[in-house]
Design a protein around this ligand. Structure first.
Ligand SMILES: [Zn+2]
Length: 313
C-alpha cells in the first residue's frame, strides 16, 4: 500500500465585479472618508447599504452619511489572525452600529485583548493611510471615549466615482487525493494513465475516485488505459483566462481514452479549433518535466464510429 499523497493546494483568482449606484457610492465614500447608508422605505438607515429594501424589495437609493463613531452590538475574539485579515495581531470581530445607522457593519476592532471588549462599547473608524475604494479603507475600529461625531451631509455624489472592483479570492487547502488518485498520480509520473475497474459493472473509471458511483462498490483493480482516445464532445473557449498562456480560441474536450468508461477532459492542440469534431482520435502530448499531458493532438487514424463512444458523452 503506497503512502497517500497530501499537498498544499491554493485556489486563487481575481473576482471582478461591477458596482451599481449604491455600492459605487458606498465604496467611493470610504475612499473619501465618508460612510454612507441607504434609507429604506420606512425610514431606517442601512449600513452597509443595499440596493433593494429588505422588507418591500423596492429599489432604494436615498443615500445618507452616518458618523464614523458607533456602538459595538456584538463581537468575537480572534486569537490567531490569518493571512489577509484586517489586522496581523489578535483582534475582535465586531458588529458596529454607526451613529445615525439602524443596522450594524461587520469589521475588526483593534483592542489589547478580549477583556477590553464589550457589547455596548463606543468605537470609531480608523481610516487606512491609503484608500482605494474598498471596505479595507476602514483599517479597523478603535475604542472611542469622546462624543459621537457629527456626520457630514454627503449624498453620495462624488467626482471620479468607482465603477468596479477587483476582489482577490484565495482558498488554502491541504489536499489529500486518497488512495485511488494517489495511484493515478503515481502512474502519471511514469506517463501511464491508470484507472480502476468496478468489480460489479466492470466499468473502468479514469481518473479513479476509489468507488463506482453506480454500484456504490469500492474499486481496486488497476487498469492501464489509453494513451490514445476519442473526442466525445467539446467546446470552443473564446475567453482568455488571466495568467493562462493559451491563445483563444482553443478547444477543450471530453476524451474517452481507449479502455476507459468515463471521459476525462483536456485541451486539444495541433489542429485548427474549427476542425475539431466528435469522434476525432487523439493522443497525449507531454512536455518536459510535466506531471500530466499538456494537451491532446490528433492521430492519423480515421474518426471513431459514434456507436463506440455514444455512452461516454
Ligand atoms: Zn459499478
Amino acid at each position: 500500500m503506497p503512502e497517500v499523497l497530501s499537498a498544499p493546494l491554493v485556489l486563487e483568482f481575481p473576482f471582478t465585479r461591477s458596482l451599481g449606484p449604491v455600492q459605487s457610492a458606498f465604496l467611493t465614500g470610504l475612499r473619501e472618508r465618508v460612510v454612507l447608508g441607504v434609507r429604506t422605505t420606512d425610514g431606517r438607515v442601512l449600513v452597509p447599504p443595499v440596493e433593494y429594501d429588505p422588507v418591500t424589495a423596492e429599489e432604494i437609493h436615498d443615500l445618507v452619511e452616518v458618523a464614523p463613531t458607533g456602538t459595538v452590538t456584538t463581537w468575537a475574539w480572534n486569537h490567531a489572525p490569518r493571512r489577509g485579515q484586517p489586522l496581523a495581531t489578535p483582534f475582535a470581530w465586531v458588529l458596529v452600529r454607526l451613529d445615525g445607522a439602524d443596522t450594524a457593519l461587520l469589521h475588526a476592532l483593534d483592542a489589547p485583548g478580549p477583556d477590553a471588549v464589550r457589547t455596548g462599547m463606543r468605537v470609531r473608524v480608523r481610516w487606512a493611510e491609503e484608500r482605494t475604494g474598498a471596505i479595507t479603507d476602514i483599517a479597523c475600529f478603535e475604542p472611542h471615549d469622546g462624543e459621537p461625531a457629527q456626520p457630514g451631509d454627503s449624498t453620495g455624489a462624488f467626482a471620479d466615482p468607482l465603477r468596479g472592483i477587483v476582489a482577490p479570492a484565495r482558498l488554502d487547502y491541504t489536499y489529500s487525493p486518497g488512495r485511488a488518485q494517489t495511484a493515478y498520480i503515481g502512474a502519471l509520473s511514469a506517463r501511464r494513465i491508470v484507472g480502476e475497474r468496478c468489480p460489479s459493472c466492470r466499468k473502468v473509471y479514469v481518473p479513479p475516485r476509489g468507488a463506482c458511483p453506480t454500484c456504490g462498490l469500492a474499486t481496486a483493480e488497476q487498469v492501464e488505459v489509453g494513451p490514445r482516445g476519442t473526442v466525445t464532445t467539446f467546446c470552443i473557449v473564446n475567453i482568455k483566462a488571466k495568467n493562462l498562456d493559451i491563445e483563444v480560441p482553443y478547444v477543450y474536450a471530453h476524451i474517452a481514452l481507449d479502455g476507459a468508461d468515463l471521459a476525462l477532459h483536456a485541451r486539444i492542440g495541433g489542429i485548427p479549433y474549427d476542425r475539431v469534431r466528435m469522434g476525432l482520435r487523439v493522443e497525449p502530448v507531454w512536455t518536459e518535466g510535466a506531471r500530466y499531458p499538456d494537451h491532446y493532438r490528433p492521430t492519423s487514424e480515421p474518426d471513431a464510429d459514434y456507436e463506440t463512444y455514444k455512452e461516454l458523452l
